[in-house]
Write a protein that binds this ligand. Structure first.
Ligand SMILES: Nc1nc2c(c(=O)[nH]1)N[C@H]1C(S)=C(S)[C@@H](COP(=O)(O)OP(=O)(O)OC[C@H]3O[C@@H](n4cnc5c(=O)[nH]c(N)nc54)[C@H](O)[C@@H]3O)O[C@H]1N2
Ligand SMILES: Nc1nc2c(c(=O)[nH]1)N[C@H]1C(S)=C(S)[C@@H](COP(=O)(O)OP(=O)(O)OC[C@H]3O[C@@H](n4cnc5c(=O)[nH]c(N)nc54)[C@H](O)[C@@H]3O)O[C@H]1N2
Ligand SMILES: [Mo]
Length: 757
């Protein structure tokens, strides 16, 4: 629990500004890295420096100003912390004791310092040499009856070079089992967009934000999760570009914001409203809202107004008539009921879109984490196609990715459903025959563990067991394994919920220097807008006994595949050789990689829709239909509320920086439920009451979380919000999008069980 007394109060100040500056100073102080951290911050996102380890938003090019935000500073401070988890720490605490501690406490112990192996006799982690650790992994993997009994997880902080080698190693070993964090995140983008526009990525670049005539921000909280995006929104607002925020929560930064880079505004304590239109959508109401907007467009077109880009539609698309028929079949009363938005406001938003000659639609987890998330993303692509919003400055679709290199990891081969063309290419470049059968995504990997068919789990970064749904079953799944390996910077729950054998392998972090026998190396990452840039750490590694992720992957490969066709040892020292192989496997995207990466600001990967080229089977952009108005299967239970599990301002995914959520006015507590006061009163409950939440599911499993405090909040009726990962025990494993495998973490059907907390 948090130390201080829980407090809930409305936050009336603007987001950003001095509050953010103060929070930056505080976290540097807490981690005792004021000088070191401040020096490192000067190199963050600068040419020649390292890329921010927090989110995937690109940096502005050609600036000399500081390119970091409050939450980037938190990520760095926690990485550069002076605190250490040593062998003495593990000698003092058994694993059972550590399990009693909170995620926050585990994080605050500091950086891991040397490889450790679980010792069942004493229930402690004990030191192990790197050689023995690699040998143990090799012996487990070689002993499996089938390579498909191993699961190879990746989290999106891993750089391109390590992820690429990992994808090659795992395929040479013989499986495509690549559960990864993206499976829980923007997978609906990666799977939903290719049939629509031919690529599973966004089509805009940073510069487009300066040319947009309207920007929609749907299901995303940029003030917390992509704070550098606020600069773009702030400037767009200043030049009069309408911004439409679609969210069940009036997120503070979308309402009022002070730009920390704006000297005058800072000095005068000024601030600006950001959203010109706040669409207070019900959870899961976005499909109805988008269909409503499209309906307005079709109605006005039918009345003789030229609101659609007919020439673009004729030349570049298929499926227009089917989409129109579907949209005109939707009834206004139902659109309003499902979205919770008045027809008048939907018409106003449609008017903004119709008038704009260049529109960007940004979206985040509020759209992807639903049962029909992939098809919902396709509707975003549809509405943009109706006005030909691709291949023009200031227009396009902009999924805002999460982890700093999650997009890059996917590009360089972390994919449980690889294409035949890619596999042929791997075979040609490396000379072994990769497996052709598709592997497990995250949910399938957990199902395999629960079924007893999976035996080994290797996590290249991340905190799998806390990030996935159904916490209780997730723990059972992990504990059933023969070996679990956590390749990590920090101690987390995933190291404590482990298999019979278990290893913790500590790595050199993003902000730290990588020195090899060949000299200093750099890595590369791809941001949310397909820019590939170099990242060079500037700090000394947290301990002498850390290894870079690249070396760890190579050494695991060498220990597992003694007869490998790949020169693993040759990659350990010289990362240029890895980039040459990336270029060989992906000639269209990565030709001349080693040369192009020398440009101080990196380079942009080709995104075909920007050139009006459609890499779909029929060579066209396709309007795709999702019948009806629901993005989650309706639940017939009058007591049902939809729960969205979200991030606070003081966490990075499963890493909890503090118990505060400043912009939502919550202090010293994370066990809260944001509730509409009328929903609360209808259940006869007082504000501040403690309640138990129970999942409504047909599988007979009892899922509940107790002692949650009700906090009155401007939520739409029927919509609840609370924090991830504390509420993951409520998210059933099979409550996910069948197209992408993404858990529907934003719409769990629940009921409040009064007073049982
Ligand atoms: N500081 C910080 N930065 C981060 C992260 C972090 O944890 N901390 N995580 C990183 C990662 S991996 C990711 S994926 C991104 C996540 O960044 P976001 O996508 O912003 O993530 P969330 O906080 O999960 O929720 C997004 C928003 O969706 C809204 N929402 C919920 N349900 C619905 C709905 O049905 N419809 C609509 N329209 N909105 C809805 C919520 O109110 C919330 O404002 O951020 C990345 N950056
Ligand atoms: N209910 C619910 N569940 C969710 C979500 C949600 O919104 N709601 N969001 C989902 C999303 S979008 C995501 S992306 C996943 C996130 O899932 P993960 O990516 O698995 O989780 P993180 O919390 O980001 O992982 C943190 C750990 O990564 C390790 N780490 C940090 N930096 C490095 C590094 O440089 N290298 C290596 N090797 N390790 C490092 C540290 O040890 C740290 O403890 O969670 C998903 N789960
Ligand atoms: Mo994410």
């Amino acid at each position: 629990m948090a130390d201080g007394k829980a407090r809930y109060q409305t936050y009336n100040a603007p987001a950003g500004g001095w509050g953010a500056a103060a929070a930056t100073a505080k976290v540097l102080l807490e981690q005792s890295v004021v000088t070191k951290g401040s020096r490192a911050l000067l190199s963050m996102n600068q040419p020649g420096g390292f890329k921010c380890p927090s989110c995937a938003f690109p940096d502005a090019t050609c600036t000399k100003k500081l390119e970091f935000c409050e939450n980037g500073a938190k990520a760095l401070a926690h990485e550069a912390t002076k605190f250490r988890v040593t062998r003495d720490f593990f000698a003092r605490h058994s694993v059972t004791e550590l399990m009693e501690q909170s995620d926050y406490w585990l994080e605050m112990q500091g950086r891991l310092t040397e490889p450790m192996r679980y010792d069942a006799a004493s229930d402690h982690y004990v030191p192990v040499s790197w050689d023995d650790a690699f040998a143990l992994i090799g012996s487990h993997l070689r002993a499996l009856e089938s390579p498909h009994q191993a699961e190879f997880y990746t989290s999106g902080r891993t750089p391109n070079e390590a992820a690429f080698l990992y994808s090659i190693f795992v395929r040479e070993y013989g499986t495509n089992n690549f559960p990864d964090c993206s499976n829980m995140c923007h997978e609906p983008t990666s799977r939903g967009l290719p049939p629509a526009i031919g690529v599973g990525k966004g089509t805009v670049i940073l510069d487009d934000f300066d040319h947009a005539e309207a920007i929609f921000v749907m299901g995303q909280n940029p003030g917390t999760n992509a704070p550098r995006m606020m600069t773009q929104l702030f400037h767009a607002h200043k030049r009069g570009c309408p911004i439409v925020a679609v969210n069940p929560m009036p997120e503070r930064a979308l309402m009022r914001y002070t730009e920390p880079q704006d000297v005058v505004q800072m000095a005068t304590f000024g601030s600006a409203p950001i959203a010109s239109e706040f669409v207070h959508i019900r959870i899961g109401g976005d499909l109805a809202f988008l269909k409503g907007m499209m309906r307005v467009m079709f109605e006005r077109e039918a009345a003789g107004e030229a609101v659609l880009d007919r020439a673009f539609i004729a030349e570049h698309t298929t499926g227009f008539e089917a989409l129109r028929a579907d949209i005109l079949a939707q009834d206004w009363a139902e659109i309003v009921a499902v979205s919770g938005i008045s027809e008048e406001q939907i018409r106003r938003c449609a008017e903004i879109y119709i008038r704009s000659k260049a529109t960007i639609i940004c979206y985040g987890m509020g759209l992807t984490q639903h049962q029909y998330g992939s098809q919902l993303v396709q509707q975003v692509a549809n509405i943009l196609l109706l006005k030909g919003s691709y291949g023009r400055p200031g227009a396009g679709i902009s999924p805002i990715r999460g982890h700093s290199n999650v997009q890059g990891d996917r590009t360089v081969g972390i994919d449980e459903k690889p294409t035949e063309a890619y596999l042929d290419q791997v075979q040609r470049v490396f000379g072994f025959a990769p497996p052709r059968e598709h592997g497990h995504h995250t949910i399938e990997s957990v199902e395999a563990m629960l079924a007893g068919t999976a035996k080994v789990f290797i996590g290249l970064g991340g905190n799998f067991v806390r990030a996935i749904p159904d916490t209780t079953r997730a723990y059972d799944a992990m504990r059933s394994l023969d070996l679990t390996v956590g390749i990590a910077t920090k101690l987390n729950r995933g190291h404590l919920v482990h298999g019979k054998d278990a290893l913790i392998l500590p790595v050199v972090a993003r902000s730290e220097r990588i020195e090899t026998a060949a000299g200093e190396q750099f890595v590369t990452i791809e941001d949310s807008m397909s820019n590939v840039t170099a990242s060079r750490g500037v700090l000394a590694p947290a301990s002498d006994d850390l290894k870079p992720e690249v070396e760890i992957v190579c050494r695991i490969a060498m220990a597992t595949l003694p007869d490998s066709r790949v020169d693993w040892a040759g990659f350990i020292d010289d990362y240029g050789r890895i980039r040459d192989k990336i270029a060989a496997v992906y000639p269209a995207l990565y030709s001349d990689f080693s040369e192009r990466i020398k440009a101080p600001l990196g380079f942009h990967l080709d995104v075909a829709p920007r050139r009006l080229a459609w890499l779909t089977p029929n060579g066209k952009a396709n309007f795709l239909v999702l019948p009806g108005l629901h993005v989650d299967a309706p639940v017939d239970d009058p007591a049902m509320l939809r729960l969205s599990t979200i991030r606070s301002h003081d966490q990075f995914n499963t890493t909890i920086y503090s118990y505060n959520d400043r912009y939502r006015g919550v202090y010293n507590d994370r066990m809260v439920l944001f509730v509409n006061a009328e929903d609360r009163e209808a259940r006869g409950l007082a504000a501040g009451a403690k309640v138990t939440l129970e999942t409504i599911a047909a599988d007979g499993i009892d899922r509940r979380v107790e002692a949650l405090t009700l906090v009155d909040y401007p939520m739409p009726r029927g919509s609840l919000a609370g924090y991830y990962p504390e509420l993951n025990p409520l998210l059933p494993l099979d409550h996910y999008d069948r197209v992408s495998g993404c858990p529907a973490a934003k719409s769990i059907p629940v009921r409040i069980v009064a007073g049982a907390g």
